[in-house]
Design a protein around this ligand. Structure first.
Ligand SMILES: Cc1cc2nc3c(=O)[nH]c(=O)nc-3n(C[C@H](O)[C@H](O)[C@H](O)COP(=O)(O)OP(=O)(O)OC[C@H]3O[C@@H](n4cnc5c(N)ncnc54)[C@H](O)[C@@H]3O)c2cc1C
Length: 452
């Protein structure tokens, strides 16, 4: 199989590394690559590279891209069961499913992720409080084990392998294809409630109330607001609209869906434009623009679920130094620690524009699955923010003390010993890996950094 030498990063554009990139077009080619992989160099699968960090890179080794394993094999319009290759994106599933009234069961903040990447990170969306994370909706997947042999895996038939792979960041094998249960929708529009909150207490109260009433909820926070305005936010919640909710003109095409980015960020975008001054202004403007309260606004899927997909390569706005995402979950009962984290970020004047707070429901049994019942906060900072390493170290300690964890699909810097305190399933994951992959064929920059 032909490979080419490439330098890769995750979406945050930090920590580039150079590897041989292989793009097999069928399972036979993929299995041959796994069998031929050199354990001293390592091999890791890669989807669309939307993890923010070094999870889908393997410096000095091989990166197996699923770009050509991207066919939808079967979609049953009656049951909404779809079987597809692992490189199929969630956008492809939307384009294929919506005309029959089917939407993806869980969508992260971008639809440019593959089914393989969604299982490997066990991704969550705005409906986690009712629907859980992605793996819960996966009926089965075909996995190529590190030695190249195929295995069909279900959560009933082989729970250990299923739940090591869901959230296992590509380290148990290559997912070749999966069967996923889509969710029924009556239209492609969302009826949205917006509430602008004055402070962190009101933000948490509104999120809790909206979780009881709506299938999708999330809060965007002004991370730099302080004092009485600490944690002020715009909470947006929604549910798929019924046919009768649509405007007369839209009822003729109730499942209309127009993917595609409208704007692009040029390659030479000047660095330094995202800083504490510009983000203070942008946060303030975004907050003030939101209505105090608005009900039953009809939004398209892209506007509600994937606003950042509207700007191609938006990650370039942070300049060549890239940016660091930080996402934690803290168990319910740790509201004081959530408040403290907002205080720490605001006091450090660390500029995060995409600051998102949400409540998780029950977690999956995935050994390294991120969600657990509690509060999850995602932040992103330009990597060159002064004092960032100290701030994130302080947040790590707060997270460990509160019994929480950080998200492996986003982390680019947590120390290995700190991670071990966050994930009680880590030892079992390492044992499973030792059995499945005794020669250590599968390895990423992430797994080496954290000893996964
Ligand atoms: C704008 C934006 C918003 C996001 N919002 C959310 C969110 O709301 N919720 C959330 O959970 N995540 C979110 N993410 C993160 C993203 O959903 C995950 O990182 C996801 O795993 C990316 O999928 P990918 O196909 O790009 O995989 P990659 O980034 O290419 O790889 C991610 C991991 O999956 C493994 N992998 C990929 N394909 C396979 C395969 N076929 N077999 C085995 N392992 C495989 C890789 O080895 C790697 O460890 C967001 C990312 C962006 C850029």
């Amino acid at each position: 199989m032909q490979t080419r030498t490439v330098t890769l990063t995750g979406w945050g554009r930090v920590a580039p590394s150079t590897a041989e990139l292989a793009e097999p077009g069928d399972p036979v080619g993929a299995a041959a690559l796994l069998r031929a992989a050199d354990p001293s160099r390592g091999l890791i699968p890669r989807g669309l590279g939307r993890s923010y960090n070094d999870a889908a890179q393997s410096g000095g080794g091989t990166v197996l891209s699923t770009a050509r394993l991207n066919r939808i094999l079967q979609l049953d319009p009656a049951s909404g069961l779809v079987t597809c290759e692992a490189g199929v994106s969630l956008e492809q599933l939307m384009v294929a499913g919506l005309p029959h009234g089917w939407f993806v069961p869980v969508s992260p903040g971008t639809r440019q992720v593959t089914v393989g990447g969604a299982i490997a990170a066990d991704v969550h969306g705005k409906n986690h409080h009712v629907a859980g994370s992605f793996a819960r909706h996966v009926r089965s997947f075909d996995l190529l084990l590190p030695g190249g042999e195929p295995r069909t895996v279900t959560s009933e038939g082989d729970p250990a392998l299923f739940w090591a792979t869901a959230g296992g960041m590509g380290l148990t094998g290559l997912i070749l294809r999966a069967t996923v249960q889509l969710r029924r929708v009556a239209t492609s529009r969302v009826l949205v409630e917006t509430v602008r909150t004055a402070d962190i207490d009101e933000t948490m109260a509104v999120l809790a109330e909206h979780d009881r009433e709506h299938g999708y909820t999330v809060a965007w926070s002004d991370s730099l607001a302080r004092g009485a305005s600490l944690g002020r936010s715009v909470v947006t919640s929604g549910d798929f609209a019924g046919l009768a909710d649509l405007l007369e003109a839209d009822r003729r095409d109730p499942f209309a869906f127009r993917p595609g980015a409208r704007l692009g960020v040029p390659a030479g975008f000047p660095p330094g434009l995202i800083n504490r001054y510009t983000v203070t202004l942008a946060n303030r403007a975004y907050y003030r623009k939101a209505p105090r309260r608005r009900s039953r606004e009809l939004q398209e899927i892209g506007t509600f679920f994937h606003p950042l997909d509207g700007i191609r390569n938006w990650n370039r706005v942070y300049g060549p130094g890239g940016f660091r995402q930080y996402q934690y979950v803290l168990p319910f009962g740790q509201e004081a620690a959530v408040r403290r984290s907002y205080e720490l970020v605001a006091a450090a004047r660390a500029p995060s524009f995409v600051t998102v707070l949400k409540r998780f429901g029950e977690g999956d049994p995935g050994l390294l699955s991120f969600p657990m019942p509690g509060w999850t906060l995602a932040l992103d900072f330009p990597a060159r923010t002064p004092g960032l390493a100290g701030l994130l170290g302080t947040l790590d300690r707060l997270v460990v003390e509160a019994g929480g964890r950080v998200y492996l699909a986003k982390d680019s810097r947590v120390p290995a010993d700190v991670l071990a305190q966050m994930y009680p399933g880590l030892d079992d994951f390492r044992k499973a890996r030792a059995e499945l992959d005794p020669h250590g064929v599968l390895a990423s920059d992430l797994s080496r950094r954290l000893g996964l």
